[in-house]
Design a protein around this ligand. Structure first.
Ligand code: ADP
Ligand code: GLC
Length: 473
């Protein structure tokens, strides 16, 4: 089959979180299964753009309200990612350094989607599936079906919409109705949710199939979906959950170029020790204590706001028997509370505020435990990376974390789980981690070896998407 993925992120061109990882991996695995999967995304000014060669494949123009803009489409020349990567270049609109966070993000991503639809509507040979990811590609199912300029060419192509994060819906006021190109206006309801134009809601209504990135998250959305609960209940017949995989070529401690010393399950103890030594040296922590790390966006969804208090409570409650290391950025209050702790709890806690792909790999390798107390976690990739690097996950039983981590107190278990995102639950789980590390060293060592062998590769899930597409053709 021929599949076009449309997304705001794709690793290594641009990544803000797990969406980038998924869109950078899934097409590659679909191609390995004998299909033709491509990715179309915005052209931001990233390092990958400048480090690679591109060829121009199309130029066109579109109207955003009464403003006419030109766009061009470029393609990476060598297919080095394992799939064709196309970038949409809109001068002054998309070609910026960051992916998100601009005042005109609404206009930026509507323009992106208009350009994508305009370009696709001119293809002689149409794809079998248009697969849209998150709200930045959420208008595409509506555009294909209802917009005059596109529907004659695109309405028959099945669309699949994958929700990586239902918290971010991209909604905006009907005052900006003019951003939407001409359509049969009696279909306005396909754009609307709660008196706003809502691209995520629109995609759930208009896509032929809707998926989320874990089965458990799909269930949760019917009760807790930032206002969209009733819509998920209504559309449940076309919704399903497919768990993400991980790119086992990028995330393999035996070959990872970011690591100081590569290792596998046989050399896990030595391999992890080298990275732990490096981390504790760099961050002024104690090499003999269990190292518990957190990697991620410092936002409420990840319960990052609880980290400062949970960490200081754990340090005091257990007499400073652990070291904590945090890599992330986000909420300024959390960032400054963590920066204060680097001083007040020096030697026990340290953090790196910012984004660092290379440091993240070393932390997965050098930590004993990875903490994810998330309030919401549609899938979560960090826990799967941790497992592959022999790091025991400490997670809240929510979303995809519930689908991928079993408490070591249960049969076949290997992680530590908590029921609530609360300071008390985190501190209690930290206590259990200390106990496992200090008092049960043999079990700790066995778990490490076992978790490295758990298979979370994309092969199974990539095939599940293909089955879903085939049900539509
Ligand atoms: P989300 O997409 O909600 O942020 P995921 O667990 O799916 O969460 O994926 C997060 C991805 O982003 C992982 O690859 C993780 O290693 C990476 N990541 C998050 N924050 C940082 C950071 N500050 N530096 C480097 N990598 C990060
Ligand atoms: C989102 C979710 C995360 C998921 C990722 C990739 O950003 O927050 O849980 O793993 O998308 O699907």
């Amino acid at each position: 089959m021929e599949i076009v993925h449309i997304s705001a992120e794709c690793y290594p061109m641009a990544k803000a979180g797990g969406l980038g990882d998924v869109v950078g991996a899934l097409p590659k695995y679909q191609n390995e299964l004998g299909h033709v999967a491509k990715v179309v995304m915005p052209m931001y000014r990233t390092k990958f753009l400048y480090d690679n060669e591109w060829e121009l494949v199309h130029e066109g123009g579109q109207a955003l309200g009464n403003h006419w803009f030109k766009y061009s489409v470029i393609k990476e020349k060598t297919n080095k990612l394992g799939f064709d990567l196309y970038l949409i270049d809109i001068n002054g609109v998309l070609d910026r350094e960051k992916i998100y966070g601009y005042d005109d993000d609404t206009e930026r991503f509507v323009s992106f989607q208009l350009a994508v639809c305009d370009w696709m509507s001119r293809w002689q040979h149409k794809p079998d599936i248009i697969h849209c990811h998150d709200h930045q590609a959420g208008f595409i199912p509506f555009f294909c079906k209802h917009v005059y300029a596109f529907r004659y060419q695109l309405a028959d192509i099945p669309t699949v919409f994958t929700i990586h994060n239902g918290q971010y819906q991209g909604q905006f006021s009907w005052d900006k109705y003019y951003l939407i190109p001409a359509y049969d206006t009696w279909n306005w309801g396909y754009l609307d949710w709660n008196n706003d134009i809502n691209p995520m809601a629109s995609a759930i209504k208009c896509a032929w199939k809707v998926t989320t990135v874990s089965p458990n998250y799909m269930e949760e959305l019917r009760h807790s979906a930032a206002g969209l609960e009733a819509l998920f209940e209504y559309e449940k017949g076309k919704c399903s959950g497919i768990i993400n995989g991980i790119d086992t070529e990028v995330w393999d401690p035996a070959t990872d170029p970011y690591l100081i010393k590569n290792y596998d399950s046989k050399s896990v103890a030595e391999g992890k020790a080298v990275h732990k030594t490096e981390l504790v040296k760099q961050f002024g922590l104690d090499p003999n204590k269990p190292l518990i790390s957190f990697i991620g966006r410092l936002v409420d969804e990840k319960a990052a706001d609880l980290l400062p208090e949970a960490i200081s409570q754990s340090v005091y409650q257990y007499g400073g028997k652990t070291s904590f290391l945090i890599l992330g950025s986000g909420n300024p209050y959390v960032e400054s509370a963590l920066a204060d702790m680097n001083k007040s709890l020096r030697g026990y806690v340290n953090s790196y505020i910012g984004y660092s792909e290379s440091l993240s790999h070393v932390i997965y390798a050098g930590s004993d435990f990875l903490l994810m107390p998330s309030r919401v976690e549609p899938c979560g990739l960090n826990q799967m990376y941790a497992l592959r690097y022999g790091t025991i996950p400490i997670v809240r039983n929510v979303g995809g974390l519930k689908d991928t981590v079993i408490d070591y107190g249960e049969p076949d278990g290997f992680g530590l789980t908590m029921e609530q995102s609360s300071v008390g639950d985190i501190a209690y789980a930290v206590g259990r981690a200390i106990e496992l590390f200090e008092k049960k060293p043999n079990q700790f060592a066995t778990i490490r070896e076992q978790i490295m062998a758990i298979d979370h590769s994309w092969t199974t899930s990539a095939a599940k998407y293909i089955e879903l597409y085939q049900s539509l053709s």
